[in-house]
Design a protein. Structure first.
Length: 251
C-alpha cells in the first residue's frame, strides 16, 4: 500500500490470495482495503488507533455499502480515496471512491461508524472528546448505507445454512471477529446462488452484534429475484449478528 498525498489516494496492488477462482477481487478483500484506507485517513486527522488507545476508545463499524461497476482482478492496481462526512449525534459517516489503475471511477462506498469504549464497547458521545467538534456534520450525508431487514424468524427455519466459528485467525485487536470476515461468510453463503457469468455488483452489510472467540455462527441465506439475503445468528444464544444484502449483476 502506498499513499499519494498530492491526490489523497491510497494505492493497492491485488495479490493472489485476495482473489476468487476467476481472479476477481473478493469483496471481503476489498472491504479490508477500504477499512485500511479509513484507518490511515483517521490517523492523518489525529483520530486514528493510537489516539483512540490514549482515550481507551475504538472505532466500530455499524453499516457499509459498496457498489462496483467493475471488479478488478489479480495483479491489478486500484486507488482508494476516502473522507469523513462528519458525525450526527453518535454516528460518523465515511465515504469512499474506488478507481482503476487509469484513475477511472469503478466503485463507490459509504459507511457508518461509532466511537466506543474499549472495554464494554458502549458508544461514546463525540462531543465528549476534545477536538472532535470540528468533525460535526455540516450537511446531511448524500450516500446512504441502508438498514437491511433480517430474514424473519419464521422464514429462517428450513433455509440452507452454513456454520462458521470465531477462530483465532479471525479475532482482531478489539477482541471480536473482524467485520471483514462477516463479508467473507456472506460470500461463502451466496456464491452457490450466483451463475458463473454473473457477479456481485452491490453489497450492503449491517453489523448488529459482536462475535467473540470460540462462538459459533449459523449463516442462513435466501434468494430474492436479483438479490440474496444473508443472516448470521450466534448458535447458542440465537443472537442476531449481521445481515447482508447482495445484489447480483452482469460481468
Amino acid at each position: 500500500m502506498q499513499f499519494i498525498e498530492e491526490e489523497n489516494l491510497y494505492r493497492f496492488t491485488i495479490i493472489g490470495p485476495e482473489t476468487d477462482i476467476h481472479d476477481r477481487l473478493h469483496y471481503h478483500s476489498l472491504f479490508a482495503m477500504l477499512q485500511e484506507a479509513a484507518c490511515l485517513d483517521a490517523d492523518r486527522h489525529d483520530f486514528g488507533s493510537d489516539k483512540m488507545d490514549e482515550l481507551t476508545a475504538c472505532w466500530l463499524i455499524l453499516r457499509m455499502k459498496v457498489v462496483m461497476k467493475k471488479i478488478p482482478k489479480w495483479k491489478d492496481t486500484i486507488y482508494i480515496r476516502t473522507w469523513s462526512m462528519g458525525f450526527e449525534r453518535l454516528f460518523f459517516n465515511r465515504d469512499f471512491d474506488i478507481f482503476d489503475e487509469d484513475k477511472n471511477l469503478i466503485g463507490e462506498a459509504t459507511s457508518v461508524w461509532v466511537i466506543a469504549h474499549q472495554g464494554d464497547h458502549r458508544p461514546v458521545r463525540p462531543q465528549s472528546i476534545p477536538g472532535m467538534e470540528i468533525f460535526e456534520a455540516k450537511a446531511p450525508a448524500v450516500r446512504k448505507a441502508e438498514k437491511v431487514s433480517p430474514i424473519p424468524d419464521e422464514e429462517r427455519e428450513g433455509l440452507p445454512k452454513l456454520k462458521r466459528f470465531a477462530d483465532y485467525s479471525q479475532i482482531d485487536r478489539n477482541m471480536h471477529v473482524n467485520n471483514t470476515n462477516y463479508v467473507a461468510w456472506s460470500e461463502d453463503a451466496c456464491y452457490s446462488e450466483i451463475p458463473t457469468e454473473r457477479r456481485i455488483s452491490e453489497l450492503t452489510i449491517n453489523y448488529s452484534s459482536e462475535v467473540h472467540p470460540g462462538e459459533e455462527v449459523l449463516i442462513y441465506y435466501t434468494k430474492q429475484d436479483e438479490s440474496i439475503l444473508v443472516d448470521g445468528i450466534e448458535a447458542q444464544s440465537g443472537r442476531h449478528v449481521f445481515t447482508t444484502e447482495v445484489i447480483v449483476g452482469d460481468e
